[in-house]
Design a protein around this ligand. Structure first.
Ligand SMILES: *Cc1c(COP(=O)(O)O)cnc(C)c1O
Length: 447
């Protein structure tokens, strides 16, 4: 029977590090995608005695890894997918090696470390220093936390403590191109996924029509309302006019949530004005496993007034300290030191290194767009607003093109529908994604 032993980690860690270095050296050869891949049954059967630690490592590389995608490799631009940097990986490994609980501040510095790392992120994103929040598993979880706080705000207007007694009456969320996770989060916090009201966008854009928004707010003047402003839409990378939405707060009282899952990193582009006003939002969602290129799972919710979090997430027990704990600021009562891969990235690459990564992604999107549209068979569904290239065609079935590309293993883009039209989209987020190689793979499929 195999049993854990503290002594084995030296040779295991060396073997592991070598295997990972080998894997990373050959990432370009790993198929970008393996549609329909499944792990065979053999390694998935529970045994009585176990195979031992080092044999488990071999089993992983022999039997499981061959079925995984090269999502962090140079040929993948599906969805909005980050990669992992060497610094991010070190942080991730050490998160597990130390395995501290970041939700507690009674037994060590892990809780304070999370708070300080969030302050570094606030600085990176050029936001005011009083903003604070919680690290989450991703943007969906971040928006769920934000909407739970918005629910508390609406409850207080109706004289109820929503965390104690349930949802306030009549709360709905308005948005032009809300990400699907907003409806999910509305459902989770008990506000109802059907209470996300889709507003008309400006013509040819994924940016809300401000006349329509004003009308909707006028109609809802007596009901509590959340406005979801989008900074970076998945299909075309478009953004709402956040400054104009903020200005509407002079006339209307609403909770402003900015979903900046990836678009928040536009704050690092010199003289980019699309985020102007987001510093006044009540809540903001940013993903870190996207454009910061830290491994899954890593997101951030920021609040204008983070002191309200314990009103929603406060957790009380006799064995816990009286003063507020990190667990009172988010969903989990126990959580890994999610700050560590983030801190490693910020420490290793600094403001300029991360800024260069973001600028490089934007340039890659432009380059890829030029290359694949040059012969006219593919064209842009929308201008390349940021790091997303949305392609349409009058001649070619782009859905088929996308699935042929995925099956070839030489590239992966993802599909969507925009104004009833199928689009194939490439999102440049991962520091390794190679626009030239990916464009060559697309053109090869086109024949
Ligand atoms: C990716 C994304 C989300 C959801 O993020 P997860 O990290 O997958 O939970 C939400 N909003 C936008 C705009 C996104 O791009």
């Amino acid at each position: 029977m195999a049993y854990p032993s503290g002594d084995s980690i030296g040779p295991l860690a060396a073997a592991l590090a070598n295997a990972v270095a080998e894997e990373w050296a050959h990432l370009a050869e790993r198929p970008a995608a393996r549609p329909g891949a499944v792990i065979p049954e053999d390694p998935l059967a529970l045994t009585g005695d176990g195979v031992g630690e080092s044999e488990a490592l071999s089993m992983f590389f022999d039997q499981i890894a061959p079925h995984l995608s090269g999502g962090i490799g140079p040929h993948y631009a599906g969805y909005v997918t980050g990669g992992v940097t060497p610094a991010g990986l070190m942080g991730d490994w050490l998160t597990s090696a130390f395995d501290n609980n970041a939700a507690f501040s009674t037994d060590g510095a892990a809780g304070q470390f999370e708070k300080s790392t969030i302050a570094m992120l606030v600085d990176l994103l050029r936001l005011p220093t009083h903003l604070g929040g919680t690290l989450t598993t991703g943007a969906t979880a971040a928006s769920t936390v934000a909407l739970a706080v918005a629910r508390q705000w609406a409850g207080e207007q109706q004289g109820i403590d929503s965390a104690k007694v349930g949802s306030p009456y009549g709360l709905a969320a308005l948005s032009g191109s809300a990400h699907s996770s907003i409806a999910k989060a509305m459902g989770v916090v008990g506000l109802g996924s059907s209470n996300v009201v889709a507003l008309r966008n400006q013509s040819g854009r994924e940016s809300v029509d401000l006349v329509e928004l004003r009308q909707a707010l006028t109609k809802r003047a007596s009901a509590p309302t959340i406005v979801i402003a989008n900074a970076g839409t998945v299909i075309t990378g478009d953004s709402d006019d956040i400054a104009a939405i903020v200005a509407l707060r002079e006339e209307f009282d609403f909770w402003l949530h900015v979903d900046a899952a990836f678009g928040g990193f536009a704050a690092l582009l010199p003289s980019d004005t699309r985020l102007q006003g987001w510093e006044r939002a009540d809540s903001i969602t940013v993903d870190l496993h996207k454009w910061l290129n830290v491994p899954y799972d890593s997101g951030l919710v920021l609040l204008q007034n983070p002191q309200v979090l314990p009103r929603v997430f406060g957790n009380h027990a006799s064995y816990l300290a009286d003063e507020s704990q990190p667990m009172d600021s988010g969903v989990e009562n126990s959580r890994r030191m999610r700050a560590l891969p983030i801190w490693f990235s910020l420490a290793a690459y600094g403001r300029h290194g991360i800024g260069a990564l973001v600028a490089e992604s934007v340039a890659s999107a432009q380059r890829f767009a030029e290359l694949v549209t040059a012969d006219g068979r593919l064209s842009l569904a929308a201008p390349v607003h940021l790091n997303v290239v949305a392609l349409v065609s009058d001649e070619i079935d782009v859905v088929e093109l996308g699935s042929n590309l995925a099956s070839s293993g030489n590239g992966f883009l993802s599909q969507a529908t925009l104004n009833g039209r199928p689009v194939l989209r490439a999102a440049f987020v991962n520091w390794r994604t190679d626009p030239e190689a990916l464009a060559a793979a697309v053109l090869e499929q086109l024949g």
